[in-house]
Each structure stands twice: as structure tokens, then as C-alpha cells.
Design a binder for this molecule. Structure first.
Ligand code: ZN
Length: 138
């Protein structure tokens, strides 16, 4: 018996639409405060440094270091069951903000804190393009 279940997909808002548009063209965009210049991620309407609502977008280089990870054996949603276990990384981007994405291209047994990773971009079915991370050597 084969059953598949749709994964929940992100629903862009006016605050997040540029982020999703960036991913669709292969760019990881980070919000930058229009007043104090502080970078922030995930996208949100207010700067936590100066409370300004002004912002623009900066393109991240895509490199970073593993800050944390979890191997998800029990999916939080049944739509992820078929690909479980999968690895969800929290990456400290070189720009100083953290981003999350699934691990690609290596056995999770080789993961370590500070491992250098680079961003990749994947689309699944009708989902928006999502960021993923793979190991890099520099
Ligand atoms: Zn600010």
C-alpha cells in the first residue's frame, strides 16, 4: 500500500514575499533595517535593534557554519514521513544571522559544529523553492 500526503507549504506574506522571490531565482535574501542597518532573518516587519519598520534586502553569499542540527526521525507532519529521517540544520550564515534548511550531500554522522556549508535551492512539487545546505570545502 502506498500513501502520500502533501507537506504543508509556506504561504508568503507581504513581509516575506521578497524572500520567497529571491529563493525562486537562486538568491538567499536577508532583511536589512533601513535605519540602523542590522540584518535579520527570518523576515519580519520590525527591527529588533531600533524598532524601525523600514527595511531593504541584502543577498547573502550563501556560506555559513553549522550552528546546530536535529535528525528528525518522527516527522512533525505526516507529509514528511516518507523522507524521514531527515536532518534539519541551523546555520550561522557568514552575514551573522541564522537560517534553517535540510542537509544535503553527506551522512549526518559526519556533522560537527562549525562545519562549513553552502546554500542550495530546491523545489518540490508545487512548493516554493526552499533553501537546503550541503558541505563545502574551502
Ligand atoms: Zn534597526
Amino acid at each position: 500500500m502506498s500513501e502520500t500526503f502533501a507537506k504543508p507549504i509556506p504561504h508568503p506574506t507581504p513581509d516575506t514575499q521578497p524572500y520567497w522571490d529571491g529563493l525562486a531565482r537562486g538568491a538567499l535574501l536577508i532583511q536589512r533595517c533601513g535605519d540602523c542597518g542590522k540584518l535579520r532573518h527570518y523576515p519580519r516587519p520590525v527591527c529588533d535593534g531600533c524598532w524601525s519598520m523600514a527595511h531593504d534586502w541584502a543577498e547573502a553569499g550563501g556560506g555559513g557554519a553549522v550552528h546546530s542540527w536535529t535528525v528528525c526521525h518522527h516527522p512533525f507532519h505526516i507529509g514528511f514521513k516518507a523522507q524521514s529521517p531527515y536532518v534539519l540544520l541551523t546555520v550561522e550564515l557568514d552575514e551573522g544571522v541564522r537560517a534553517m534548511g535540510q542537509l544535503r550531500g553527506m551522512d549526518p554522522a559526519g556533522l560537527r559544529l562549525g562545519l562549513r556549508v553552502g546554500v542550495g535551492f530546491e523545489r518540490e512539487d508545487d512548493s516554493p523553492v526552499l533553501p537546503v545546505f550541503h558541505p563545502v570545502t574551502e
